[in-house]
Unconditional design. Sequence first.
Length: 116
Amino acid sequence: MPHLRDGFTVAKVGEKGRQHMIRPINNGCILSVRVHPGAKRNAITGTHDDALKISLTTPPTDGRANQALIVFLAERLNIPRLSIELISGATNRSKTLRLTGITTAEAEGRLLSDLA
């Protein structure tokens, strides 16, 4: 499994999965994720049903894992936290987020940079 710069780990994902995982919209893109809260470390761990699989150390209580997800993505994407909006899945492991001010290509490059 390839390793990213900050100790994050990713698995390979095919081109088809990328198309469903990150979709373009006006002034940004939509990102589908599958979250594993309460993990040993924060990491991108692969894909799950056309969604980016992300492990977070934060437990899923009182929306803390959702906030941790936004912080994690903001750091990985190098965009402000206010540019990330959770649009579905607030109480579910499968989530959809709106990313503004970043293109689909930029998001793919920053999230999937070590994938072949």
